[in-house]
Design a protein around this ligand. Structure first.
Ligand SMILES: Nc1ncnc2c1ncn2[C@@H]1O[C@H](COP(=O)(O)OP(=O)(O)O)[C@@H](O)[C@H]1O
Ligand SMILES: [Mg+2]
Length: 362
C-alpha cells in the first residue's frame, strides 16, 4: 500500500504548466486518501474553468498510478476559495511588500528603461538580447514591454499565448529563455492595431507597473516607446530611481534625435547607465572585413553628451533580425557569433555598472 507521504512526494513532480511550479508547492493538493490499492486525490485549481484542467488531472492520475501498490486513482478537481487564492498570490509575490518591483521604494530590483530617440534603431532587439544574456549569467530577469502600440517583445522572445490573470491585481507574466515578460501583444492579436486612447492606455501601463507578479527579480528591463512622449515621460516620473540605457545607430546619433532622450533624462534627474550603438558596423560575411557604412563615433559622441559610458557596439547582421523573427535572440547562442558576443559583453558591463543586489540572497 502506498503511503500519503509517498503520494505527496510523487505529486511534487507534477507542475502547474502556467505557474511553472509544483502543485504541492502551490498548495493545490487539498486532500489525499488511501484505501488499499485505491487512491483519491483532491486538486484545487487556481481559477475556475482553468483551460489546463485536463492536463493537470491527467498528470496527477498518471503520476500516482505509477506508484507501487496503487491500482485505481480517483482525481477530484475543485477550485480554490478566495482565501486560498489570496494566500497563493502572496506566495507568488515572493514576499515583496508591493506586487511590483517597480513601485516599491525598498525594492532591490534594478529597473532599467531602454530608450531611443526614434523607432527602428533596435531598441526592442537590444532589450530582448540583454534580457536573455543577463538570464544566462544567472540573474532573474523580467521584461516589461512599455511600447503599447508598437510591441514586439512577444515575437522577439518567441512568446505565444495569454498571461494568466489570477485576480484583478495579479497578472502572471509569460516566460521564455529564463526571462519573464509582459506585453500588450499578449493581450491582443499581433495583427490587430491598438487603437485605445489616452486614459485606457495609461491604465494598461499602470497595470503593467503595478499588478504583474514578477517574484524576486534582479533586473527588470523596460522596452520604452521611442521618443520623449507620454509613456517615457511618465516612466521617468513614476520611477525616479530607474536608470536608462540609450540605444542609437550611427545615423540616428548624427541626426541628434537620440540626444533629446538624454536631455529628458537629465531634466528629470534620471541616471543614464550608458549608450549602446546598434548597427554600428557591418562584417562582410564573405571576407570578414569590418565596414563602418554609417560612419563612426556616433555612440561615443552621444555617451559624452549624456555624460555616460558607451556600453558597446553591436554589428549589423542578418542573423540578428532572423533570430529575432524566430524568437531566439542571438545572445542565446553559444557559438562564436560576433553579435551574440557583443550583447553578452554589454550585459556583463550592465551588471558591473548596476550590480544586482539580490543574487547574494540566493
Ligand atoms: N544589429 C542588428 N542587425 C540587423 N538587424 C537588426 C539589428 N538590430 C535590429 N535589427 C532589425 O531592425 C529592425 C528594427 O529593430 P527593433 O528592435 O524592432 O527596433 P525598435 O524597437 O528600436 O523600433 C528589426 O527588423 C530588427 O530585426
Ligand atoms: Mg521596438
Amino acid at each position: 500500500m502506498a503511503t500519503k507521504e509517498e503520494i505527496m512526494q510523487a505529486l511534487r513532480t507534477v507542475m502547474d504548466p502556467e505557474l511553472n511550479r509544483s502543485l504541492v508547492d502551490l498548495d493545490m493538493i487539498r486532500d489525499v486518501r488511501v484505501e488499499g490499492d485505491q487512491v483519491r486525490v483532491e486538486v484545487a485549481l487556481t481559477i475556475q474553468g482553468c483551460p489546463l484542467h485536463n492536463t493537470i488531472e491527467g498528470d496527477v492520475r498518471e503520476r500516482v498510478r505509477s506508484l507501487p501498490g496503487v491500482r485505481e486513482v480517483e482525481v477530484i478537481m475543485t477550485s480554490m476559495t478566495d482565501e486560498e487564492r489570496g494566500q497563493l498570490t502572496g506566495k507568488l509575490r515572493g514576499g515583496q511588500s508591493s506586487l511590483s518591483p517597480l513601485l516599491d521604494p525598498n525594492s532591490r530590483t534594478r529597473v532599467i528603461g531602454v530608450a531611443s530617440g526614434k523607432g527602428g534603431v533596435g531598441k526592442s532587439t537590444v532589450t530582448a538580447n540583454l534580457a536573455v544574456a543577463l538570464a544566462r549569467q544567472g540573474y532573474q530577469v523580467g521584461v516589461l514591454d512599455a511600447d503599447i502600440y508598437g510591441f514586439s517583445i512577444p515575437r522577439l522572445l518567441g512568446l505565444k499565448g495569454h498571461p494568466t490573470v489570477l485576480d484583478e491585481h495579479t497578472i502572471l507574466p509569460l516566460e521564455a529563455h529564463g526571462v519573464k515578460a509582459i506585453s500588450m501583444g499578449m493581450l491582443v492579436e499581433e495583427s490587430t492595431p491598438v487603437i485605445w486612447r489616452g486614459p485606457l492606455l495609461a491604465k494598461i501601463l499602470d497595470q503593467f507597473l503595478e499588478d504583474v507578479a514578477w517574484g524576486d527579480l534582479d533586473y527588470l528591463l523596460v522596452d520604452l516607446p521611442p521618443g520623449t512622449g507620454d509613456i517615457p515621460l511618465s516612466f521617468t516620473q513614476k520611477l525616479p530611481k530607474a536608470q536608462l540605457i540609450l540605444v542609437t545607430t550611427p545615423q540616428a546619433a548624427a541626426e541628434r534625435v537620440a540626444s533629446r532622450t538624454a536631455t529628458m533624462a537629465q531634466k528629470t534627474n534620471q541616471s543614464i547607465l550608458g549608450v549602446i550603438e546598434n548597427m554600428a558596423y557591418f562584417i562582410c560575411p564573405g571576407c570578414g572585413t569590418t565596414h563602418e557604412i554609417f560612419g563612426r563615433g556616433g555612440g561615443e559622441r552621444l555617451a559624452k553628451e549624456a555624460d555616460t559610458e558607451l556600453l558597446g557596439r553591436v554589428p549589423l547582421a542578418g542573423a540578428v533580425r532572423e533570430a529575432g523573427d524566430e524568437g531566439h535572440p542571438v545572445a542565446m547562442g553559444d557559438d562564436q557569433d560576433p553579435t551574440g558576443q557583443a550583447f553578452r559583453e554589454i550585459a556583463r558591463k550592465v551588471a558591473e555598472r548596476a550590480p544586482a543586489t539580490m543574487m547574494a540572497r540566493r
